[in-house]
Design a protein around this ligand. Structure first.
Ligand code: PMP
Length: 379
């Protein structure tokens, strides 16, 4: 038996590899290191038994939508929930992308923009970020948009993986350059505290993405939302899967909104740990680290892939390896963890950096004076 091939665009695609190698400590997916706050866990637990599991979910998540609208100072018609922010990215490309259409991206940035664009045979126009600062080239972007043939533009702020924030006045320039839909991905907004939400009153062509996956410790339940003008939301609603956001996630989302203040201590701690981690990495010889407004830090080290492999194999710490990605030579990304996790990561990295040439230190089995107990056992 044979099977006829899928569309050419699909045949050429590589599947997203989200597999997590076995490790003691995952600092690679920008998740929160903390579980849900106690009051929220208690409410989830007490509602579990009587939950309406047998019923289909409300397609538009009406109750959650209302609560989010109130929290953000907008109307429910300005909001659409999705099965993670990912679904809303795909919905946006389903509606604004497709054959004969173009999307503008600023690499290095979140890879799913390009992946969904390719899946839907959408042309991808790239304007690379500055190779030193990862700042967006707003003059080039505005000029490209003003040509009029770009349909959709993704701005990730803070940008994944660099952590770079894009200034509001730069986003305004993009919004004013054409009628292209400007998709501002604020997946890490709670860590930066900076949003372009007030611009929704002025611009028809703005979409903002938020997620419950990062600051709200809910990556496993898949919940994200878009904020936009009602006409844009109505268009996205046409292409979405009606029951994509399950009832349990909707309920958990409502509890998160109601218990929002219970997340504050963890958010404060992650932000201060980010600064501590930044200073420690900056002080480590041989490491270049970029300032970040998110819950991760991008850094460059010599022989980065080897450092990554040894952190994983020898220390059981999994960070994200971007060392062979375009524009990110020798770069790794570490998610800010708990103080204990960050300490463990820093110690492991310092050990690697302190042991001279990584390969030769490993191969020559030079005794390392600061070997952890685990490594010592392996030796
Ligand atoms: N945007 C960015 C920039 C991200 O990093 C992510 C998750 N890695 C998402 C969107 C999607 O997040 P989720 O689907 O978990 O809401």
């Amino acid at each position: 038996m044979t099977v006829r091939p899928p569309r050419r665009a699909i045949k050429e695609l590589q599947a997203y590899d989200g597999a997590i190698p076995s490790s003691d400590l995952v600092m690679a997916a920008n998740e929160s290191p903390f579980t849900l706050p106690e009051p929220l866990l208690a409410r989830l637990e007490s509602g579990m038994r009587d939950f309406a599991y047998r019923c289909y979910p409300d397609p538009l998540a009406t109750d959650l939508r209302k609560k989010l609208a109130e929290q953000n100072g907008v109307a429910p018609e300005n909001i659409l929930l999705g099965n993670g922010g990912d679904e809303l990215l795909l919905d946006t490309l389903l509606a604004w992308g497709g054959p004969g259409r173009s999307v503008l991206v600023f690499p290095p940035t979140f890879s799913m923009y390009g992946i969904y664009a390719h899946t839907l045979e959408t042309q991808v126009v790239k304007i690379p970020r500055d190779s030193g600062s990862f700042a967006l080239d707003v003059d080039a972007a505005a000029a490209r948009l003003s040509q009029g043939d770009v349909d959709l533009c993704f701005v990730d702020t803070p940008n994944n993986p660099s952590g770079t924030l894009t200034r509001e006045e730069d986003i305004v320039r993009l919004l004013e350059a054409s009628d292209a839909l400007i998709f501002v991905d604020e997946a890490y907004f709670e860590f930066s505290g900076v949003t372009v939400l007030p611009l929704l009153e002025r611009f028809d062509n703005l979409v903002i993405l938020r997620t419950f996956s990062k600051a709200f410790s809910l990556a496993g339940l898949r919940l994200g939302y878009a904020l936009a003008r009602p006409e844009v939301i109505a268009t996205l609603t046409k292409v979405r899967m009606p029951y994509s956001v399950n009832a349990f996630s909707q309920w958990a989302g409502e509890l998160v909104v109601e218990e929002r203040s219970a997340f504050e201590p963890a958010l404060r701690l992650i932000r201060s740990e980010r600064e501590r981690l930044y200073s420690a990495l900056d002080a480590l010889g041989g490491v270049q680290v970029w300032p970040s407004q998110a819950n991760y830090l991008l850094f460059r080290v010599a022989e980065a892939h080897e450092v990554w492999r040894r952190l994983l194999d020898d220390d059981g710490i999994y960070v994200r390896d971007f060392s062979s990605a375009p524009g990110l030579t020798d770069c790794l990304r570490v998610t800010v963890g708990s103080p204990e996790q960050n300490g463990r990561f820093l110690q492991a990295l310092a050990d690697r950096m302190g042991s001279g040439t990584l390969l030769s230190a490993h191969d020559k089995r030079v005794p390392d004076p600061i070997l952890s107990a685990k490594e010592a056992a392996h030796e």
